[in-house]
Design a protein around this ligand. Structure first.
Ligand code: DGJ
Length: 753
């Protein structure tokens, strides 16, 4: 049993493999948080609750002279506005009479086997045996508003999920904010790690102390955004990969969000997470329920490396649903960086044929195939083949690609419209914009009103028809701007505050329709690269294009930051041309592949322009990737260097589940004269196992096996796992920036003679 209810003290205890979450119903009926942290196998912690009478922190009326009892100082499970807790509130309602109080008191609970789900929203799923659910009903002291808190306990995955529903049983109310969860931690020595960025430089790690007052990571862009990510970590000051207590929180949501930490007057830290309240206002009529998205919590007593591992496993095993989460994914070629909008059917077929000769399995036609789309100012919304480029339609091209023995993939951007399109001319009211105002434009496009079911039906019919006719095997779902002018012609004036969230619900509804009708398609999310890289999308699509930045060196940092919260199998990563089109940087083909192989691998260049030697290299890379993809996707991933501290080289490692095989990659970021000794300590191996280590150096000439230097000659190092993990492996002396090396580590049965 992972959930225990101690009747006498009214304490709930949620147990995962390595953590415990406890809360209790107080003597006046409030649900107080007790503890979230390292496992305490038995017992309840109600003794932790202690009230001290303080000035300017009042007590509920019922507490009478019990003045130490204050909602402003006690840790809460869900914080509410208007009744004396002056810290950040999760819930804020306005009742029919204009009053804004919500004081939630315990009503009942239910514990059941299995995991709850959330109507219309992505959420972690689990089999009956894998999870337990605790459902707690709280009722407002003076109105018929009820709040249901859901806790999903996935013991083996070391994860607790939370969600909340607000039910209105009386006259209509307004929800001014509906954040999903609150975590009150009674300490003030926590850092908050967030992942900030911009287009082509997503998810850079940043850390800072929580302090009196509030710090936050948020997006008000209508999507989770390039600029901040809805995955954050609270950790003990100075926490590292393998040291320090860490709490990871991930919101399964793709719209505007708020993640905020606040240190209060008593040096306690309150963390809240959910839909961003700015611009949000939801009308809840009698009998209606509002569901706030799910937050995943995981705790590690030993650094954030373990936390990342927990999230990676959970997403692969209990969030992604695509059949491709367990299947080998095809090596693809995408024509975007090779051709942008300028291609013909003949040209695409010739590129595909060439790539096929190298071992590529899937050809993806990117933007530019529909409407009058010869540049980015027109065509979006007209999901019909452009006859000048595709005289035989998408179907004709797909037939030819399939005829080559390859899979066929296609790019779409369903949520957008250009003013220069037949769709806009026919339905100008289908985009988000307010009457009497000119809308903000980005990349020359406007946003379709995804809250409108007519819009979704049109998109499903027009795009679905093409996917069916072309028998598409892969789809890249792009989204190239953020939301502004959020106003829907399909919605009355007093409900426009719902449109931001209804947009996200509409996107999810359409995604659900597509993925359930086309379950054999490999779906890849995208938003100008990684502008919507979140757990919500992974519920529908097993991979997301990680960034429009394909420079191998910049990608090391982007993939590093992304790996804190997301598995490598979710990161689309391609080998592109050198010098790189975004940065002008030159890197070897080997290094470009080494970096892209830490993800869902493919090529995005004109392979016909490769030299004979390069073609040989590409063939070898594809063979290599096919051999190791299962290990890379299914195994455990470890960051071996700290990208913030080590600007000399970067290293990472994959270890198979059975710990018998491992791949280590390292890239030199800054070659040195009179170099220092560079060494990496491996992780995740069996201490007592013996391993053979083979080195493959990547240069422009390809793998440099044992050619020129001392370390390369040590082609077959054999030593125990403990040596590799505690003493480490010497990296070679690199000649030139951006050279790379890979180590293949395999368990051998006996010690070398
Ligand atoms: C942005 C994507 O991230 C790119 O890969 C490409 O698909 C372009 N959009 C096409 O417009």
């Amino acid at each position: 049993m992972s959930i225990t209810f101690y009747e006498k003290t009214k304490v709930f205890s949620l147990q995962t493999k390595n953590s415990v979450w406890q809360m209790m119903v107080s003597k006046y009926g409030h649900l107080l948080h007790l503890y979230y942290g390292n496992k305490i196998p038995e017992g309840e912690l109600s003794y932790l609750v202690r009230g001290i009478n303080r000035g300017f922190s009042g007590a509920p009326y019922e507490a009478g002279e019990d003045r130490g009892y204050s909602l402003d100082t006690y840790p809460q499970e869900i914080s509410t506005f208007g009744v004396g807790d002056y810290r950040e509130s999760c819930l804020h309602v306005v009742h029919e009479d204009g009053s804004q109080m919500l004081e939630l008191l315990y009503d009942s609970c239910r514990i059941w086997q299995g995991k709850y789900d959330l109507p219309g929203l992505p959420a972690v799923w689990a089999g009956q045996e894998e999870a337990q659910t605790l459902e707690i009903v709280l009722k407002d002291k003076a109105s018929p508003v009820e709040v249901v808190l859901y806790y999903g306990v996935l013991e083996k995955q070391d994860v607790i999920t939370r969600a909340c529903q607000i039910r209105n049983r009386g006259a209509g109310i307004w929800l001014e904010r509906a954040l999903s969860a609150c975590l009150d931690i009674q300490r003030n020595d926590l850092e908050m790690i967030t992942f900030y960025g911009r287009h082509t430089m997503e998810r850079s790690l940043e850390r800072g102390m929580c302090r009196h007052g509030k710090i936050q990571a948020d997006s008000m862009r209508g999507v989770s955004s390039h600029q901040q990510n809805p995955f954050v970590i609270l950790c003990e000051e100075g926490a590292k990969e393998e040291w320090g207590e860490c709490y990871g929180m991930s919101l399964i949501y793709s719209g505007s969000f708020l993640a905020q930490a606040e240190v209060d007057q008593l040096d306690q830290t309150r963390f809240v997470m959910g839909i961003h309240p700015q611009g949000f206002r939801w009308r809840l009529e009698k009998g209606e329920t509002f569901t706030a998205p799910e937050v995943i919590f995981s705790y590690s007593e030993r650094g954030y490396g373990k936390l990342s591992g927990n999230f990676h496993r959970l997403y692969r095993e209990n969030l992604m649903r695509s059949k491709y989460r367990d299947q080998r994914r095809p090596v693809l070629i995408n024509n975007w960086e090779a051709t942008e909008f300028h291609f013909t059917e003949e040209g695409l077929v010739s590129l595909a044929q060439d790539a096929k000769e190298l071992g590529v399995e899937l050809f993806v036609m990117d933007d530019g195939w529909f409407g009058g789309r010869d540049h980015d100012l027109c065509g979006l919304g007209d999901w019909k083949a452009n006859p000048a480029k595709l005289p035989n339609g998408v179907e004709g091209l797909a037939r030819k690609i399939h005829g080559l023995g390859m899979q066929f993939g296609i790019w779409i951007e369903p949520e957008m419209v250009n003013e220069d399109s037949d769709l806009f001319r026919a339905h100008p009211e289908w985009c988000l914009r307010a009457p009497g105002r000119t809308p903000n434009r980005e990349r020359g496009q406007l946003v379709l009103d995804m809250s409108n079911s007519q819009v979704r039906d049109y998109l499903y019919e027009s795009i679905g028809g093409i996917l069916k006719q072309a028998q598409a095997d892969y789809v890249k779902w792009d989204m190239n701007r953020n939301l502004s002018d959020v106003w829907s012609s399909a919605c009355p004036a007093d409900r426009q505050g719902e449109i931001g969230h209804r947009y996200v619900l509409g996107v999810y509804e359409l995604m659900e329709r597509f993925v359930s009708h086309f379950p054999d398609i490999l779906w890849e999310g995208c938003s100008g690269g990684g502008g919507r890289f979140d757990a919500g999308i992974l519920y529908y699509m097993p991979q997301i294009w990680c960034s429009d930045n394909t420079d191998a060196i910049e990608r090391i940092f982007i993939q590093y930051g992304t790996s804190f919260g997301y598995p490598v199998s979710s990161m689309g990563a391609h080998v592109s041309v050198s010098p790189n089109l975004q940065t002008g940087r030159r890197t070897s083909l080997g290094t470009r592949a080494t970096v892209a192989m830490a993800g869902a691998f493919g090529y995005e260049l004109d392979t016909r322009k490769l030299s004979r030697e390069e073609r040989q290299l590409v063939k070898g890379q594809i063979r290599w990737y096919k051999q190791y993809q299962e290990l890379i996707f299914g195994g455990d991933y470890y960051r071996l260097t700290d990208a913030e501290e080590n600007r000399e080289f970067a290293a990472w490692q994959f270890v198979s589940r059975d710990q018998k095989a491992s791949v280590v990659s390292a890239v030199c970021l800054h070659a040195r004269s009179n170099p220092l000794f560079w060494r990496v300590r491996l992780k995740g191996l069996k201490e007592e196992g013996w391993y053979q280590v083979r080195e493959e150096r990547m240069t422009d000439e390809g793998p440099l096996e044992g050619k020129d230097n001392e370390t390369s000659k040590r082609e077959c190092l054999i030593c125990p796992g403990s040596a590799l993990m505690y003493a480490g492996v010497n990296l070679p002396v690199f000649w030139g920036d951006y050279e790379s090396v890979r180590y293949l580590v395999e368990e051998v049965r006996h010690q070398a003679e």
